[in-house]
Design a protein around this ligand. Sequence first.
Ligand SMILES: Nc1ncnc2c1ncn2[C@@H]1O[C@H](COP(=O)(O)OP(=O)(O)OP(=O)(O)O)[C@@H](O)[C@H]1O
Length: 608
Amino acid sequence: MEAEQQPLVHEQGTAAPSRRQTAYATWKALRWLMSYVSRHKGWMIVGTSSAIAAAIIEIWTGSLIEQLTTQAEKGAGPIVLQIVYAVFVVILIGVPAKFFMSFGVERSSASAVQDMRNHVMRHIGKLRVSYLEKQHSGDVLSRINNDLQLIQQFMIRDLAQWFYHPLLFIGCFAYLLYLQWELMLYSLLLFPLALLVSQWIGKQLERLTEEAQANMGRMNVNLQDTLGGMPIVKSYLLSGMLSRSYQQLLQLTAQKKLAVKKREAWVNPLLSTLMISPIIFAVSYGSYLIYQGQLGAGELVAFLYLLNLCLEPLEHIPELITRTFEMTGALRRVSEIVEQPTETENGRSLPKVSAAPIEFQDVTFGYEENSPILRHVSFAVPEGKTIALVGASGGGKSTVFKLVCGFYPLAENQGEIRVFGSLIEGADPEQLRSHFSVVTQDSYLFSGTIAENIGYGREGAPMEAIIEAAKAAQAHSFIMQLSDGYQTYVGERGGFLSGGQRQRIAIARAFLKNAPVLLLDEPTSALDPESESAVQEALGILMKQRTTMVIAHRLSTVQNADEIWVMEQGKIVEKGTHEQLLQMKGMYAQSYYQEFTESAERREVSYT
Ligand SMILES: Nc1ncnc2c1ncn2[C@@H]1O[C@H](COP(=O)(O)OP(=O)(O)OP(=O)(O)O)[C@@H](O)[C@H]1O
């Protein structure tokens, strides 16, 4: 018997916001949207005034038809003919009015959504690393693609209708009340029910659509994990599991969408019936009035024409309400991103007031409150020296780098970090990071050519400088052996190159940047011995005349550092040169001899 499969995907368990919170978030998101629309108010004014004109023209046509039937009943032939001409002229005037109504609103909306997209993209570039590390890029992508698409569709397709239909309804309604108030009120007996039903359903549809959109975000996450981690997916035979979880998400999304369609399917006939009820009431009560001699047949025909005109917007308004609720859900998800605080903008400049490139003074830091990763850490990195940070995994070495780069701010009274003597808190992040070149274990290469990837080190760098940097990084000769040389496409994340080649491109980028401080986070730990020695050689040249902090696991790679600092559970517990630390016979010495013995054993095994 097949084992019962555990669900791989669960509905998100976060507590749903209260109605008040949702209403407030919607209000804020709509104000945000309007701020973009107001930038293109010229075309919006054209669109809305044309919508008013188009509605007036429709009502005017109705009133002419009413006069036509009244005069026809009286037998006033020449006047009837004149009114027929007038009807044609008014209908013709209505054509450009409707064109400018749609075009004006669409044009303004399209520009507004484009600005919004640009703003979201710029904002993402400025978001704090602390926020981005918590999000999955697939979810952020889904908000940019799916949600913004939904907003765009609404703005371009539906917004103009929001100006036209209510106006037409109000105008016709007022005119009909003026003509036959009693008949009008009887006709609308069942009508409030239709509005209540559509509002009630609209709210449910908003919730379901928001959930479906959130699921689509999670599907994106799943897809990205599958594509991004394909070698691991294949080697660990994960594709079945991932496709099952994708299917479950797909099923959940389909369920939500089906629930939307189901509600629409039973509510639409109900609404249509409620919508047609005024006509049925008008014909019934109107016939009674004719029978009583209180109404002419022509008057009833005109009334029915106008009533039909009045009901036309009401057929569209429930659908518009539904789509508006869908749009507000998407708008809230997008605006959540732009509400996230960005890194310091217009921060202080960072003057060089001392020679110490990096100083920590009594720094305590944790990613979560009350669980410190670094505890009262103090140190100063001397200019031009190489400091190696070593220690057990999870001790906080990479966290030191993240703090130096200003990716995470320190909480109040939790110490101070200075770069060349200036406090980094509140400093301009770009100026801060201009002091550092970072090379990590798996340096990120962008989709593009080798030249472009090296060129990212300095904007606008000429080709000669790029080649110079590649030569210094010992990368020139292997680049020249590639079919397209510097124009070789590196593939997604540099997948067309070997690990050692990728690292040398990253080092060339660092050469081009020419920053005074190097932060190396295990740059050779993922390489085979041959690639490692090529990369070590390139790094050796890069480190000359620069201050370097290097994180290393293998102690054999940092013996030549000016000082080695051992980190343990968020504290620096030993400091000294390789020899001094060995003499101390502490943790470093212990780890070093252990590594030494292990590598000797490995060598023995490989010889036998
Ligand atoms: N973005 C993050 N959010 C929450 N916790 C984190 C985050 N990054 C790291 N940590 C936690 O902080 C601790 C220290 O991590 P860090 O990467 O600084 O250690 P490390 O000494 O560099 O380890 P390794 O040598 O394995 O790279 C670990 O327990 C880790 O789980």
